[in-house]
Write a protein that binds this ligand. Structure first.
Ligand code: LLP
Length: 419
């Protein structure tokens, strides 16, 4: 569900503002977010959890601009962070540390110290060595670190292999048998407080059953440890609920939440969720302009001014994003590749797509770009990162400015005498 619709004059609008206006005034490429959609998606996730003891911790890796995070904070959401930089952003946006969970296989000493000092809700531990280091750092800081173990339940999430995280061959979490051993070890650690148990099995899941399989496996551990006197306050079920990019039919958050609530009945634990994509994925488009149309013997290429540095998902995961003309075009379609200006053959936004006849100067909206779009953008080919714009109530606001060429070289030095 989103708010990107054509108006009576055939202009594609974001929350009632024509995208062509934004392109004219801000330039392209540009990420445009519909604030009404974002608000509705937060509501759609939270409503089924009314009356359920829970905390939703938005997975900031999906989108971490301060304006969006501030809305999350004001809506009562916490954050799932995976780096010191994300923790810094969360704090800056006013998300209380007591609503922050910290996941990730490679937390550095500095990041651990920062999270302990801020007083986060809990660390999701990803390895036995990390558990030892966190105990040591908490001791050095004169604190106790709240932890849960991220269990790798060995469940197949049936998603793209790069975004599957809960199988034995993945680098994430600790397997079931070792998790039990690590909880027993953690119990004896002076500076560790066991508060929860956690799992996250993958992203863009379109079926409920892997989530429930994972919960069932965690329930066995919870019972096993309970019998040995280890109890929990939190059950963190990660994120991963998928969205519709093309024809996928993922469960609605209502169905997902109902199934989880049913599966955890009787456990008496506060539930933690870490949704990312389902909240922000369909709130934004990447707006881009056609530079050239290039016809070869084999293919027709529509060359646009956004590339894999702006939106890497198609190149990295063969991800499918819908492509819409910003001015409605009737008439025949043509099979084309929509490609960017980057010097890589993997630099495409759409491949073998039947699209209306685009020509130089036309504007195109790359749909469903709100999750893992801007956050994965880079400066490859020395391209400045695009701006981000929030649209609401018939107006818009630039919340991240387009980088300048000077921004590209800020922080670089040429050592005199060495060169
Ligand atoms: N929690 C943890 C520990 C995670 O690793 C992730 C995503 C999430 C929550 C949020 O998952 P979501 O609700 O967004 O599915 N760049 C890829 C997706 C990578 C997901 C990584 N982890 C993409 O563009 O599809």
């Amino acid at each position: 569900m989103h708010d990107f619709e054509y108006d009576g004059s055939g202009r594609l609008c974001c929350a009632e503002v024509p995208l062509e206006t934004i392109a004219r005034e801000v330039g392209t490429p540009v990420y445009c977010y519909s604030l009404p959609t974002l608000r509705r998606h937060i509501q759609a996730f939270e409503e089924p959890l009314t009356g359920i003891d829970h905390q939703t911790c938005f997975a900031m890796k999906a989108n971490s601009n301060l304006a969006i995070l501030t809305l999350m904070a004001k809506s009562g959401l916490g954050a799932d962070v995976v780096s010191g930089g994300e923790l810094f952003r969360a704090m800056k946006a006013g998300i209380p540390a007591s609503k922050v969970v910290y996941s990730g296989v490679g937390k550095t000493t500095e990041e651990i110290d920062m999270a302990i000092s801020e007083g986060i809700l809990m660390f999701n531990i990803e390895s036995e060595e990390e558990l030892g280091v966190i105990n040591e750092r908490a001791g050095a800081l004169g604190r106790k670190a709240p932890i849960s173990i991220r269990v790798n339940p060995d469940v197949d999430p049936q998603t793209h292999p790069y975004i599957s995280t809960g199988m034995k061959q993945n680098k994430f979490g600790i397997d079931i048998e070792n998790s039990v051993r690590q909880y027993l070890r953690a119990r004896d650690m002076e500076h560790i407080e066991i508060v929860g148990i956690d799992c996250h099995i993958g992203s863009q899941l379109t079926d409920i059953s892997p989530f429930i399989d994972a919960v069932d496996r965690l329930k066995v551990i919870i019972a096993d440890l309970g019998a040995q006197g280890i109890t929990f306050r939190y059950l963190d079920l990660g994120g991963g609920l998928g969205i519709t990019y093309s024809s996928e039919q993922p469960p609605h958050p209502r169905e997902y939440c109902a199934a989880i609530i049913d599966a955890v009945r009787g456990l008496d634990l506060k539930l933690i969720f870490e949704p990312g994509r389902v909240i922000v994925g369909n709130t934004a488009v990447l707006l881009t302009k056609v530079l050239y149309r290039k016809v070869t013997d084999k293919k027709t290429f529509v060359v646009v001014d956004a590339g894999m540095n702006d939106l890497i998902r198609p190149a990295l995961y063969q991800a499918w994003h819908d492509i819409l003309p910003v001015t409605r075009k009737d008439g025949p379609t043509h099979r084309v590749d929509v490609v960017g200006p980057i010097c890589e053959s993997s630099d495409f936004l759409a491949k073998d797509r039947d699209l209306p006849a685009f020509s130089r100067g036309d504007l195109i909206a790359v749909m469903s770009a709100g999750a893992y779009g801007f956050t994965m953008a880079s400066n490859y080919n020395s391209r400045p990162k695009p701006p981000e714009v929030l649209v609401d109530g018939g107006g818009y606001s630039v919340v991240i400015h387009r980088q300048s060429y000077e921004d590209l070289v800020a922080g670089e030095t040429v050592p005199e005498g060495m060169i």
